[in-house]
Design a protein around this ligand. Structure first.
Ligand code: GLN
Length: 487
């Protein structure tokens, strides 16, 4: 039974637990055992609290014993990005400045998955304050890709992607500001979705860039992501930017893609795209066509400005959001004693990492008087044009398909000293958050070195249903998502 559970999807586990063929405790023990075996070689988890996980599992088993409905995620172990608050539990956002922080409240998404019967299995590694594309900027330790331990798992939700890829959890929560769910999903051969901005509550998510941040699911199958999204989506009175629109039952809405119009942007297949990635993604698009979709060429002419616009907007917002970590309002204190300036500056200098400091400085610069118009306002205008590109494309098509990343997983150390090269690895994922639209990445093949390749499908605002249907149809016709990593 343990063997069966280890490779089961969340949908299957919930069915088995609710049906009484296995207890939530046994399921949790199976995954905790796997974590014990492979976490030290991957560093996917920053914190695991077995006692808490097992007591949550016991609560589910007791509910079932009393004949109560245990919820749609009954007994499903879930890995949670360490940017999401859990009352009384470590929540570091991958930063030393929050090493000892214990939040006095729980993020709405976490509360919702627990109420739906999920069992928290641990908190996952991430780039500090979600800034990064490789997990090398974690304030604690690097995280490694289970397909090849010398390679980056992607970032910033690298730990969540590795947890799912290496079988330490069937599903995970991540957050995506410029690709942090989809890029690690692509690098680790799993499914990951960024919902429409506002679809999911951000209450209790450590803020990076508030106009872009969005929580979303990672899983092996699209069906599991659909299930998890239905649980976490919807209005939250604690987040005034969360949308009031009704939430679909995404899983039962997964449907046929006959007649679906799939936009293929020429700009996504230009210079910089690795040949093997291009071939796998083109084959994926052809698969959709064979299943009855029609292909339409579309243009996203402002793509070349996306990285610059993203950097300006996200860094400006992060410089403001991270001002609270000063050793007084929030976080640890490690400053000097000669006055408040030294206290603030000393704390931030010693407890924040290089990448975070670089972004705070750039963000402060683009917002400063005299440069605001030249940079920040320009960034906002470019963002508007990128958004318009999508609006025009979506007049002709239902979804837009292309690669998630320009290459498969790169080596640890390859880009960390070249921030521009690192930022360019997000070229295909950053447009969706700039436009606010939903986007998913699903595995669509392997390179000759057997590294997973990601296929990205983007949709209209609030049209998660169509995005998920296209992705699920693709998975129904292929088996890339079933491949197990060598670890
Ligand atoms: N890799 C991107 C960055 O470093 C995106 C990060 C994210 O989505 N949180 O900004």
């Amino acid at each position: 039974m343990a063997e069966e559970v280890a490779s089961a999807t969340a949908v299957e586990i919930a069915r088995m637990v609710a049906g009484g063929s296995i207890s939530a405790r046994e399921v949790a023990l199976t995954f905790l055992d796997r974590i014990e075996k492979v976490n030290s070689s991957t560093n996917a988890f920053l914190h695991v609290n077995q006692d808490w996980s097992l007591s949550c599992a016991d609560l589910i088993d007791q509910k079932i014993a009393r004949g109560e409905n245990p919820g749609p995620l009954a007994g499903v172990p879930i890995a949670i990005k360490d940017a999401l608050c859990i009352e009384g539990a470590p929540t570091t956002c991958g930063s030393r400045i929050l090493e000892d922080y214990r939040p006095p409240y729980t993020a709405t998404v976490v509360r919702r998955v627990l109420e739906a019967g999920a069992v928290p299995i641990g908190k996952t590694n991430m780039d500090e304050f979600a800034m990064g594309s490789s997990n090398e900027s974690s304030g604690f330790r690097k995280c490694f890709n289970p397909w090849d331990l010398s390679r980056a798992p992607g970032g910033s939700s690298g730990g969540s992607a590795v947890a799912v890829a290496a079988g330490m959890a069937p599903v995970a929560l991540g957050s995506d500001t410029g690709g942090s769910i989809r890029q690690p999903a692509a690098f680790c051969g799993v499914t990951g979705m960024k919902p429409t901005w506002g679809r999911v509550s951000r209450y209790g998510l450590g803020a990076f860039a508030s106009s872009l941040d969005q929580v979303g699911p990672l899983s092996r199958t699209v069906e599991d992501s659909a299930l998890l999204l239905s649980v976490i989506a919807g209005h939250d009175e604690r987040d005034s930017t969360s949308l009031p629109d009704p939430v679909d039952d995404y899983r039962s809405a997964l449907g046929s893609i006959k007649g679906l119009r799939v936009g293929v942007p020429a700009e996504y297949f230009g210079e910089g795209l690795d040949g093997e990635v291009a071939a796998a993604v083109r084959a994926a698009i052809a698969t959709l066509e064979e299943m009855g979709a029609s292909l339409v060429e579309v243009s996203l002419p402002h793509l070349p400005y996306a990285v610059a616009a993203y950097c300006i907007v996200s860094m400006a917002e992060s410089s403001s959001n991270l001002a609270r970590y000063d050793g007084v309002h929030y976080g640890a204190r490690k400053g000097g004693t000669r006055g408040i300036d030294e206290l603030y500056a000393g704390t931030r200098a010693q407890l924040l990492g290089r990448e975070v400091k670089r972004r705070i400085m750039l963000g402060t610069f683009v917002l400063s008087s005299g440069y605001y118009d030249a940079y920040y306002l320009k960034g906002l205008k470019a963002r508007r044009l990128i958004r318009r590109d999508f609006e025009e494309a979506f007049e002709k098509v239902d979804v837009i398909a292309g690669p998630t990343t320009p290459t498969a997983a790169f080596r640890i150390g390859e880009k960390i000293n070249d921030p521009l090269a690192m930022y360019l690895s997000d070229i295909f994922t950053i447009s969706a958050p700039l436009a606010g639209i939903p986007a998913i990445s699903v595995p669509c093949g392997f390179t000759s070195e057997r590294l997973p390749v990601g296929f990205q499908i983007m949709g209209r605002l609030l049209d998660e249903k169509t995005v998920l249907s296209a992705a699920a149809a693709f998975q129904g016709a292929t088996d890339f998502h079933e491949a197990a990593c060598p670890l």
